[in-house]
Write a protein that binds this ligand. Structure first.
Ligand code: SER
Length: 346
């Protein structure tokens, strides 16, 4: 009888598994037949999600013992590190946000580099970044600049934006420059790939803690018959995307041929619109919606520092990014029917 040197199951580790993006990603991966999903979240993982996973862990990404327990049992080939404190929540507890968003990511990058070294093969590390890494200096620049490129205006004003920008750089470092002064040329490295997402809108989950959440909140409030005072001005413009496009983009980037990728960070977008246009879409489908505008100056300043549109030509050219949903299709074929179902059946 031959005893195998390792008996660890090969897995894709997903942190923040119970969040908006995590749930969408796990559903899609399991639909595609993935049988090695390992889910980690601070909160209990929904039954519908955990039934699609090989195993789930409830715990903190900062818990080194938990992370070590995971690596002792599983061969981590791929990491989707989605856990984070989003932009509004992070401003209330900036130091905690730094711990979760930076120290947490650093711990997982170390896990990835160790795992790459054991495997002799680069672990793939997918990292959702955000339009929050940008910091437009003023309203005039925001309205006249045009689609922003990845290297432009990267002076974020939020703790979350600073955290994401730094972790993008840390990922690039572990991908390309780790132990660059070592005598041996075969230092381990990881295969780090990141997407700067616009505001995401899910039909299945209500967002929590973000500053782009006014869009999805309007919609969920209308569908459930609640009034909604929107916390930004009517002319506020940022890019948005329907959740299925965000999930497909992550999976498409994960599969892309490394030789086609010239960078580690990519913008993507679907549609940009003002908060008033967002309201108009909601009212078109829910004529009784009670949406008013009651701007919160502090949250407004944050959204004003984010770009109105982003240039995603690199993602389109290098790994074939192309969203399925434009504004009308997002509302009429994805958001509205699913949200109606959700609130009618609850
Ligand atoms: N949409 C997120 C937020 O508003 C940013 O990635 O915090």
């Amino acid at each position: 009888m031959t005893i195998k040197a390792t008996t660890r199951h090969e897995v894709a580790l997903i942190t923040g598994a119970n969040g908006e993006l995590g749930q969408g990603l796990i559903r899609e991966m399991s639909r595609n037949g993935h049988d090695g999903i390992l889910a980690l979240d601070l909160n209990p993982i929904d039954e519908d999600i955990s039934s699609r996973c090989l195993e789930t862990f409830q715990g903190d990404i900062l818990d080194q013992t938990l992370i070590a327990r995971i690596t002792s049992r599983f061969d981590v080939r791929e990491i989707y590190h989605l856990a984070a404190l989003l932009s509004t929540r992070a401003e209330f507890t900036p130091e905690t946000a730094h711990k979760v968003n930076v120290d947490g990511t650093y711990g997982l990058l170390k896990l990835a580099i160790d795992s790459s070294s054991w495997r002799g093969d680069r672990v793939r590390f997918l990292f959702p970044s955000s339009i929050a890494v940008y910091g437009m200096p003023d309203a005039e620049t925001k309205s006249t600049w045009g689609p922003i490129k990845e290297h432009e205006w990267t002076s974020p004003t939020t703790m979350y934006g600073c955290n994401k920008l730094y972790c993008e750089n840390l990922g690039r470092y572990y991908s390309r420059y780790y132990r660059q002064l070592a005598a041996s040329e075969d230092s381990p490295s990881i295969d780090f790939r990141s997407i700067r997402f616009p505001g995401l809108i899910s039909a299945d989950t209500v967002p929590s803690g973000g500053t782009s959440d006014y869009g999805p909140e309007m919609l969920h409030a209308a569908a459930s018959g609640e009034p909604y005072p929107c916390f930004v001005r009517e002319d506020t413009t940022i890019p948005f995307m329907a959740m299925p496009d965000a999930v497909h983009a992550l999976l498409r980037l994960a599969k892309a041929d490394a030789s086609q990728l010239t960078r580690t960070v990519y913008n993507i977008t679907s549609f940009s619109l003002t908060a008033a246009e967002f309201r108009d879409q909601v009212v078109k489908h829910f004529p009784d919606a009670d949406i008013t505008f009651a701007p919160d100056q502090n949250r407004q300043r944050i959204v004003d520092s984010w770009p109105a549109t982003v240039d995603d030509s690199a993602a389109r050219a290098e790994w074939g990014f192309a969203p399925d949903y434009d504004l009308d299709k997002a509302f009429s074929e994805y958001l509205v029917p699913r949200i109606r179902d959700r609130y009618q059946s609850s």
